[in-house]
Design a protein around this ligand. Structure first.
Ligand code: HEM
Length: 119
């Protein structure tokens, strides 16, 4: 079980890196946003995150308020990533969606790490 948890955490961190890395690389971009990468990362986060909650559930230190806060922000990120993809297909403004997804991913990773260290 712990090997599976380790693999899922690694995939979760790769999903995070995809979103945050793309966000910083294109922070000042005006067009050609890589919305597909952000959407793929957001889907990876949701799938691996739900699997982790299922496996960690019942363990010592399992913390519902932390996971619910983290998961809800993850859902908003997914919504923004879908919004960016739709905006791209309609040739509408992508930047607000893209920056919301990337900025909230940074917030969500800080919540995860700080909660683990200080709560
Ligand atoms: C873009 C969105 C997300 C980002 C940036 C993110 C980031 C992170 C990071 C950095 C960690 C490692 C924390 C640590 O070990 O110190 C983590 C752990 C975790 N995340 Fe996420 N996450 C996101 C979305 C989600 C979603 C949607 C869910 C659930 C549906 C979720 C569930 C979890 C769980 C269960 C852990 C394990 C925490 C632990 O080991 O105590 N995450 N996340």
């Amino acid at each position: 079980m712990s090997v599976l948890i380790t693999i899922l955490v690694a995939l979760h961190l790769l999903g995070m890196a995809t979103i945050v890395g793309t966000f910083f690389a294109q922070l000042r971009a005006k067009d050609r946003f890589s919305t597909g990468l952000v959407l793929g990362g957001a889907i990876t986060q949701l799938v691996t995150g739900i699997a982790l909650i299922g496996l960690l559930h019942g363990n010592d230190g399992f913390n519902w308020p932390k996971y619910i806060t983290h998961a809800v922000i993850g859902l908003v990120i997914l919504g923004a990533a879908i919004g960016a993809q739709v905006a791209k297909s309609k040739h509408a403004r992508i930047a607000p969606w893209f920056h919301t997804a990337g900025g909230l991913a940074v917030v969500n990773l800080l919540i995860a790490v700080l909660w683990r260290s200080y709560a």
